[in-house]
Design a binder for this molecule. Structure first.
Ligand SMILES: Cc1cc2nc3c(=O)[nH]c(=O)nc-3n(C[C@H](O)[C@H](O)[C@H](O)COP(=O)(O)OP(=O)(O)OC[C@H]3O[C@@H](n4cnc5c(N)ncnc54)[C@H](O)[C@@H]3O)c2cc1C
Ligand code: SF4
Length: 587
């Protein structure tokens, strides 16, 4: 029997990026807000102090900050005719657990999606005709436009102190920035990071080929920065221990380095770590949430009543909670009906390693230090002759040169022994990787549902992931990889390795933690879980926030858009929902 706790106005499930933003906004409105986080408590001091965070074995190899599959996992299969098995090791993607969520150990590559990304279906039909979209591709428009989200992108970038060079300010194109980006209201808050030797090499090669390279936008601060909340961030030291690590320097934007110093001082905010939410509790009508049910680390069960429930638990967990709670009709891939779990997508990456004569010094890096081109993203080029939808950016990142996991060797180098050591010493300082980061279109056969066989420690069915890249994605990736190879060759290297994405999708090698869909937004309750304000169509006092809202995945990393959506939803709650609680869009 669950212990019933004192009610609050708002309960947030999870305490990562989205929950922190929403908590800050709704406490400003005077609401009593509580965040429940399944993982441990974490603060910059002492958890990320530079004396121990740079332990590659503990954090990069053993995943010290990630969700531990021994506590929570999901089952996986490529296609519906296979039997899904539980993932005993999280390889391909590594969600966060603990205060700050994956915002603690992300890189900080902070992109805006392009205007066309938000209207992918209608734009594609208009430019190429409806027949261009294969029948099993289920892409759809978002229900919000780039212009709707632009002020909220701006808020996220200024919150984080993003370093970059604007390409389009108010419609006026800027040299050195991304000429393809949507119009922004002002420059980035900080100038770009210092260029690495690899970035300069990429820049030169890309320009020779007629492209327009630009510094990738980075939530790693190029200068000391005080954000609009008055939180001071330090200047990045290019320590190279960014991705998969916390930042002891308060230079990588995270909830801890941007919001929590203000939020945690508020009397109307509280959080509890070690609290695993298992259900949204609905009333007898099934149309109203009464709060959530959770267990603490000892397995004791609690009911936390709340007026408003906001799921901020990352893409997978948001969908899992919706399915366990019976919110939204589960998606059925056979009939193509139902919504919860529909349009799961991911990202498709590849790389071309280049072995050069110049010294690159890769250990001086930062999580989002890179130079990129956007010529082949979204619809920045004519897809007609190519016959696929989507695209991606191509970039050379200098994220670091950690000894265990960050080094490149030519294909023919020995795999161990004295020969391996020799090859390593010859190549460690003289290699770069040109990476492609591509979109994945949503597909009828890619979805999330409840596993019929496997259960977690509490007897709840595991979330089951059914996913493979499809022909469209492989062709797109092949195309992008060819362009990356062209840039790598223009660097005049000694040799290159071309690493194409292999079939089928494998959960073993790390790719990205850019899992999207399953609780998508839209303007039609028959094809979306939440409306344009991220409010559940079925249970209006439940909002769902995160990359699970993306109807398909774009070619960019997601968190710029996830942050913008969190501000957007919070604004809708503040300005509309609180004045008149109920559906914000009538059906
Ligand atoms: C290694 C890595 C590198 C990345 N780099 C980039 C990058 O460079 N650029 C980019 O755009 N994105 C990047 N990302 C993705 C980025 O971290 C996420 O998009 C972002 O953190 C999502 O914010 P969120 O609030 O949705 O989820 P999170 O920040 O992950 O927070 C969700 C929180 O909810 C908690 N939770 C889950 N289920 C429950 C439950 N049932 N009960 C209670 N709590 C729960 C989790 O423990 C977690 O703390 C990266 C991710 C990883 C893992
Ligand atoms: S590279 Fe910069 S932002 Fe990243 S962890 Fe090091 S100091 Fe922090």
């Amino acid at each position: 029997m669950a212990t019933r706790l004192n009610p609050v106005d708002v309960v947030l499930v999870g305490f990562g990026w989205t929950a922190s933003i929403i908590a800050q906004e709704l406490t400003d409105e005077g609401l009593q807000v509580l965040a429940l986080e399944r993982g441990v408590d974490r603060a910059t001091v002492p958890d990320f102090s530079t004396t121990h965070i740079q332990d590659e074995l503990r954090y990069a190899v053993r995943g010290g900050l990630f969700q531990a599959p021994v506590r929570e996992t999901l089952s996986f299969r490529n296609t519906r005719d296979q039997t899904a098995l539980p993932m005993r090791h999280l390889g391909s993607f590594r969600p966060g657990a603990g205060v700050g969520g994956a915002g603690v150990h992300w890189n900080g590559q902070t992109w805006r999606f392009l205007p066309d990304d938000f209207v992918l279906r209608s734009h594609t039909e208009e430019r190429y005709g409806a027949d261009f979209i294969a029948p099993d591709i289920t892409i759809q428009d978002w229900g919000v436009s780039y212009d709707d989200l632009e002020p909220y992108y701006d808020r996220f970038e200024y919150l984080c102190g993003v370093s970059g060079t604007a390409g389009n300010v108010g419609g006026s194109l800027r040299q050195e920035g991304n000429p393809f980006e949507g119009a922004r209201r002002r420059d980035y808050p900080l100038p770009p990071l210092e260029r690495s030797a690899g970035s300069l090499m990429f820049d030169k090669a890309a320009r020779e080929l007629g492209y327009h390279p630009f510094p990738a936008p980075a939530a790693n601060t190029s200068r000391p920065y005080k954000n609009p909340l008055g939180v001071q961030m330090g200047q990045c030291t290019y320590c190279g221990f960014c991705e998969w690590f916390g930042c002891g320097n308060n230079s990588k934007a995270s909830p801890q380095s941007t919001i929590l110093p203000v939020l945690l001082k508020k009397d109307n905010f509280s959080y509890r770590s070690g609290c695993d939410v298992m259900r949204v509790k609905l009333d007898n009508t099934g149309k109203k949430a009464k709060g959530v049910l959770y267990r603490d680390l000892e397995g004791r069960e609690y009911e936390q009543p709340a007026q408003l429930v906001i799921l901020c638990a990352f893409a997978h967990h948001n969908v899992h909670l919706l399915l366990l709670s019976g919110i939204g009709r589960p998606y059925d891939p056979v009939s193509g009906t139902g919504v919860t779990g529909r349009n799961y997508a991911y990202q498709i990456t590849s790389s071309v390693e280049a072995f050069v004569d110049e010294l690159i010094n890769p250990y001086m890096g930062a999580g989002a230090l890179g130079q990129a081109i956007d010529e082949f993203n979204t619809d920045n080029f004519d897809h007609g002759p190519e016959g696929f939808i989507g695209g991606g950016y191509i970039a050379l990142w200098t994220t670091g040169g950690r000894p265990i996991t960050q080094h490149h060797l030519p294909k023919d180098a020995p795999k161990w022994g004295a020969g391996w050591k020799k090859a390593m010493s010859e190549n460690y300082l003289k290699s770069v990787s040109v990476a492609t980061h591509g979109s994945v279109v949503s597909h009828r056969g890619a979805y999330l549902d409840l596993d019929p066989s496997y259960k977690d420690a509490y007897g709840n069915p595991l979330l089951r992931l059914t996913f493979d890249f499809h022909d469209n994605d492989y062709r797109m990736s092949e195309f992008l990889t060819g362009k990356a190879e062209g840039i790598a060759k223009a660097m005049k290297p000694r040799s290159i390795n071309v690493n194409k994405r292999k079939k089928p999708y494998s959960i073993v090698p790390y790719q990205t933690t850019h899992n999207t869909g399953g609780a998508i937004m839209g303007d039609d309750p028959r094809t979306s879980v939440v409306n344009r304000y991220l409010q559940s169509w079925d249970v209006p006092n439940v909002f769902v926030v995160g990359a699970c809202n993306f109807p398909q995945n774009a070619g960019y990393n997601p968190t710029g858009t996830v942050g913008a959506l969190a501000f957007w939803a919070a604004d809708a709650i503040r300005k509309m929902y609180l004045k008149n609680p109920g559906p914000l869009i009538q059906t």
